[in-house]
Design a protein around this ligand. Structure first.
Ligand SMILES: NC(=O)c1ccc[n+]([C@@H]2O[C@H](COP(=O)([O-])OP(=O)(O)OC[C@H]3O[C@@H](n4cnc5c(N)ncnc54)[C@H](O)[C@@H]3O)[C@@H](O)[C@H]2O)c1
Ligand SMILES: [Zn+2]
Ligand SMILES: [Zn+2]
Length: 325
């Protein structure tokens, strides 16, 4: 392409500081260096984790930053030494790439690479610099991806090549929401056919959990949300029933335990609050229930150890635990 090797000027949503609104700016995107690729973004989703980051929940996020991590695009140009990706390829940037060489990548129990960490060197590329500038200032990268821009630069291993016929405005969800929710069911909880599942929070993650539970053959899939507008979509995707905690004058966990004859086999927390994490745990069967925390919370989780000692299991899932077995 003509632009290869040149700085590209384009539009991006820059967040200048904690809790600052998105500012649509003209930015400069430098050409990819060795083992990097520059991508023309076509579509991106918005995940609650983008919002948590802008709120300053993660100390690894540095401002000014371009957030967004659930995108899809077309490779515009490649840096020196890039072998498996070429200009024109449709790709999904990866939040948790795998180098395939480090101790974590080689261990089937882990899906967290030690070479390219999620926190990604505090928003800089491997050489300690950024590829983004705006109004003369360096702009930080985010979660190895930064998708709220017309062009982004990522590591060669931080892209997955996808089918040429993929529908771009929906396939972007594989970058986070779908993979996270679906993988939490299949890879982390390992939901079994006929089981009863409850999902707290029916946003992008919770809906993907519902899809996973349906595919795994769960018998009852109970959606929980304080916003009843979420129920139609949840039922369309596989929820067999939905509960609004505001409709009851007792804790929602108690309602679920009563309605399921002792508690669910699998509970998923997809809100990001310590209270809903505990509610999920308490709604799981005391002797064999499994709870998977997916939501991100900055608060401390505290509970009576007897809740677990009775036989419950508490797990968490990062980006759907792909790469783990
Ligand atoms: N573990 C991971 O790898 C991973 C990946 C992506 C997102 N996340 C986290 O997962 C969480 C969900 O993300 P999302 O994008 O689906 O968020 P979202 O904001 O789209 O959805 C959250 C839902 O929870 C509902 N809710 C709020 N308070 C509630 C309560 N007290 N009880 C029941 N429902 C309640 C909201 O109405 C909303 O529908 C966030 O914390 C996000 O940061 C984690
Ligand atoms: Zn996300
Ligand atoms: Zn690795």
């Amino acid at each position: 392409m003509e632009s290869a090797g040149q700085v590209i000027k384009c539009k991006a949503a820059v967040t200048w500081g904690k809790n600052a609104p998105f500012s649509i700016e003209e930015i400069e995107v430098a050409p990819p260096k060795a083992h990097e690729v520059r991508i023309k973004m076509i579509a991106t989703g918005i995940c609650r984790s983008d919002h948590h980051s802008i709120e300053g929940k993660f100390s690894s996020v540095k401002f000014p930053v371009i957030v967004g991590h659930e995108g899809v695009g077309i490779v515009e140009s490649i840096g020196e030494g890039v072998k498996d990706i070429k200009p024109g390829d449709k790709v999904i940037p990866l939040v948790t790439p795998q180098c395939g060489q480090c101790q974590c990548c080689k261990d089937p129990r882990a899906n967290r690479c030690l070479t390219i960490k999620l926190e990604r060197q505090y928003g800089l590329m491997a050489d300690g610099t950024s590829r983004f500038t705006c109004r003369g200032k360096q702009i930080y990268h985010f979660l190895n991806t930064s998708t709220f821009t017309e062009y982004t630069v990522v590591e060669e291993i931080a892209v997955a090549k996808i089918d040429d016929t993929a529908t771009m405005d929906s396939v972007c969800l594989i970058g986070c929401a779908f993979s996270t929710g679906y993988g939490s069911v299949i890879n982390t909880a390992k939901v079994h056919p006929g089981s009863t599942c409850v999902i707290f929070g029916l946003g992008g993650i919770g809906l993907a959990v519902i899809m996973g539970c349906k595919i795994a053959g769960a018998g009852r899939i109970i959606g929980v949300d304080v916003n009843p507008d979420k129920f139609d979509k949840a039922k369309e995707l596989g929820a067999t029933e939905c509960i609004n905690p505001k409709d009851y004058d007792k804790p929602v966990a108690q309602v679920i335990v009563e309605q399921t004859g002792g508690g669910v086999d699998y509970a998923f927390e997809c809100v990001g609050h310590a209270e809903t994490m505990l509610a999920a745990l308490h709604s799981s069967h005391f002797a064999y229930g499994t709870t998977v925390i997916i939501g991100v919370s900055a608060s401390t989780l505290s509970c009576d150890p007897m809740i677990l000692l009775s036989g419950r299991t508490l797990k968490s899932s990062m980006l759907g635990a792909f790469g783990q077995s």
